[in-house]
Design a protein around this ligand. Sequence first.
Ligand code: ADP
Ligand code: MG
Length: 357
Amino acid sequence: MTANTTLELKNICKSYSEVDVIRDVSLEVNEGEFIVFVGPSGCGKSTLLRLIAGLDRPTSGDIVLNGEVVNKVPAARRGLSMVFQSYALYPHMSVRKNLSFGLENLHIEKAEIARRITDAANLLQIENLLERRPGQLSGGQRQRVAIGRSIVRKPIIFLFDEPLSNLDAELRMQMRIETSTLHAKLGNTMIYVTHDQIEAMTMADRIVVLRDGKIEQIGRPLELYTAPANKFVAGFIGAPKMNFLKAHINGNEVEAKMGLKFTPELLERPKNQPVTIGIRPESINVALDKPGAITATIENFEQLGAITYIYCRLPSDEMLTVQLTGRPELNQGRQMGVSLSSDAIHLFADDDGRALH
Ligand code: ADP
Ligand code: MG
C-alpha cells in the first residue's frame, strides 16, 4: 500500500450459503482515481460495491479505507456515499429536502447544509429544480439529484451502481460526459459499476474486469484494448467484438483454419496445441476488387456513414466482422480478398484462454 492509496481490498471473498460470489479480489485504489468495475450481469459487481459501502460484510478478507481496516465499521460511519441505479429519491420530498435530509440526520448546521446545497446545485445546474418533487423531473434530472445527494455528503469515495442504465442512449452519452467532467472538477475517488464496456472505456482511469466473482484484468482502458490478458477480456472490451478464429500451433508456426500461417513471438515455449487467433474488426485489410490469398464472401453489411461493417464468410466457414471507414460500394454475395497484418493478431490458448502473444 502506498501513501496515495485511498482504498485497499485484500483477498476479499463473499459467499451466500455455499455459493462463492466474490472470489479472492485484491485491489488498490489511488486517491482521486476513477475506477470502473465492469463485467457481465451476475459477475458480482454490485456485491463488491456493497461490501465496500458497508451494506454487507465480506466472508473473509480486509477492506482498508485510508489505512484503517473498516470491516466492522457500519456503512454510515465509512464516509462513503452511493448512487443507485434506481436513484432511491424520496418521492414525497422536494429536491432540496432530498439533498438536506441525510445531512440533517447527521446534525450538520443549517447554514452549512444550505451552503452545500447551493454549491452542489450550481455544479449540477439544478438550481431551478430545488422546489420540485422527483416525480416532476426527467430521468436525467433525477440522476443529477441523486448525484447531488452524494456530493453534499462530501464523501471520501463516491460509489455508483449502474446509474445510467435507466436512461435512453442519447442521455446516457450526455451523462457519461457530465460524470467525467464532475470527476475532473471534484477530484474525488470514484468507483463506478457498469456492465457497459463503452462506459468503462470512456470514463475510467483504470478498469477492473470481473467475471464470476474474480478479477480477470486491471488496467487503463487502452491497455485492456491493445493487450488483453485473456480471451474473455479481449471479447468483452471493444465493439464490434474482436473476431476469434480457430488455429493450431505446430512447432513455431501458427496455422489458422481460415488459411493463414505465421510465426509469432510467443510469451511461453510453444507446444503443439489448439489456439484461437483474435483480430479486431478494424485491423483487417480487405481488397474489395480482387480476391487475395484468402477470399471471403460478403453475407451482410451495415453502412453507418462514417463507418461500414462487413460480415463475411471465410473459406473455413467461419464468420468475420470487418470495420472499414467510408462508404464503399458493396453487395451481398460479392467476394473480396482478406489479409490480417501479423502485428495486429492476438493469440489465446484454448485450454484457459490466456494470451500467448
Ligand atoms: P452484478 O451486479 O454483477 O450483476 P451481483 O453482485 O448483483 O451481480 O450478484 C452476483 C451473484 O450473487 C449473482 O449470482 C446473485 O444471484 C448472487 N447474489 C447477490 N446477492 C445475493 C444474496 N443476498 N443472496 C444470495 N445470492 C446473492
Ligand atoms: Mg448489479
